[in-house]
Write a protein that binds this ligand. Structure first.
Ligand SMILES: Cc1ncc(COP(=O)(O)O)c(C=O)c1O
Length: 397
């Protein structure tokens, strides 16, 4: 049977694949220092778990409205009002099975053959793949570590064409941990309005911010921008609820309506119980966030300082999210048992085999000089893992 050509355009999620490899090694009894997971190691908040238990006991286990229950939409509307000062109505919100699903609905609702979608690089692995599934073309906007992975407005302007339909922003960013400041967002907003582009603003890490950095949503930088922005968010990262699968979008009603129609013919509603859990988290999880971010901050410092003590590695301090993105250019080309480690992929493979340290190579994020380490695990694992890694690197020639 010949498969549809779109299946050959995309590759499976490398991060999920790597996590599966690590789980298999652990199941065989091996000790692995796992830095691959894109999820916090914390339990979900009690407020979420209790709301789910209550939902089950109350028999809230049937289909719901396709785009989410009113109670959850209202909690999301309240969140946008409180955090961003943005006012949305229920018809401008769609709740889906995780933010990845939200973005997928959005890609199918917006993009088709001939459309170009701009993605700043390095980027989250699923953006280009979802655009390809929707038959459109991802166009990458390179950014540099020397410039804190910031967007250069003139470089952005130079790649906008008649075919450009949207730009995807992710601040704080997976994998770099960098954030866009207000001035940059204002520059992007001006171009979006001038060229009638949509900005897809993936704000899933909005609460994971350190030091005195501040999150700014592009939808808020001028009064017109809310009409040019779809904000994507969810409970996966903010409340350590990755398994519950609840993401959501807010934006112009016609786009959200189209996303809801697509969802109505694919998954229908996200799980009823998980929706109730998300209400619990949004209404009762603020202390949980404060505790988690405080802990993550300790881990962030430990891993970045650990990397910067290793000769050949340079690691910038991330402003947000929970990933360290060390630059390993100086290690590339070194040899182990006669074989050159030419790429981040080779280096990650070496670290898994020789140090039992699992990380994600930069290539699937569009980065050929970096590795991505998630620092969501316990501090002891971070410290021991970095030690193992440093010892393995000393063996390179
Ligand atoms: C930038 C970014 N957006 C979206 C998602 C998807 O999150 P969810 O678990 O809600 O599907 C992730 C998860 O890794 C992510 O890193």
């Amino acid at each position: 049977m010949k498969l549809a050509s779109r299946t050959t355009r995309i590759t499976p999620s490398p991060t999920l694949q790597l996590s599966a490899t690590v789980k298999a090694l652990v199941a065989q009894g091996q000790r692995v220092f796992d830095f691959t997971a894109g999820e916090p190691s914390f339990d979900s908040p009690d407020a979420a778990k209790q709301a789910a238990v209550n939902a089950i006991q109350a028999g809230f286990t049937k289909y719901t409205a396709v785009t989410g229950i009113d109670e959850l939409k209202d909690a999301i509307i309240e969140k946008f009002q409180t955090d961003q000062g943005l006012t949305y109505s229920r018809s401008q919100i769609v709740v889906s099975c995780g933010a990845k699903h939200t973005l997928f609905n959005l890609a199918l609702a917006l993009f088709e053959v001939g459309d170009e979608v701009i993605i700043p690089s390095p980027y989250w692995v699923s953006y280009p793949e979802q655009i390809l599934v929707a038959d459109a073309t991802p166009v990458f906007l390179p950014t540099s570590e020397a410039n804190n992975f910031a967007i250069d407005i003139s470089a952005l302007k130079a790649i906008i064409t008649e075919q450009t339909k949207a730009i995807i922003l992710n601040s704080p960013c997976n994998p770099t941990g960098s954030m866009y400041d207000r001035e940059t967002l204002e520059g992007i907003a001006a171009l979006a309005i001038q060229h009638n582009l949509l900005v897809i603003s993936d704000e899933i890490y909005e609460k994971m911010i350190y030091d005195d950095h501040q999150h700014c949503s592009i939808a808020t930088v001028n009064p017109d921008m809310v009409h040019h922005t779809v904000i994507v968010n969810g409970v996966s990262k903010t409340y350590s609820m990755t398994g519950w699968r609840i993401g959501y979008a807010a934006g112009p009603e016609p786009i959200l309506k189209a996303m809801g129609n697509i969802q109505s013919q694919s998954t229908s509603n996200p799980t009823s119980i998980a929706q109730k859990a998300a209400v619990g988290a949004l209404q009762g999880g603020s202390q949980f966030i404060a505790h988690m971010v405080k802990e993550l901050n300790v881990r962030r410092r430990a891993i970045v300082e650990g990397f910067n003590r290793i000769s050949g590695i340079h690691c910038p301090m991330p402003a947000g999210a929970f990933y360290a993105f060390p630059n390993v250019t100086k290690l590339l080309g070194r040899r182990f048992q006669g074989k050159a480690l030419a790429t981040p992929f080779d280096l990650a493979d070496f670290l898994l085999n020789e140090a039992k340290v699992a990380c994600v190579p930069g290539e699937p994020f569009g980065a050929n000089s970096h590795l991505r380490f998630s620092y969501t695990g316990p501090l002891t694992v971070i410290e021991e893992g970095i030690h193992q890694l440093a010892t393995a690197i000393e063996r390179l020639q």
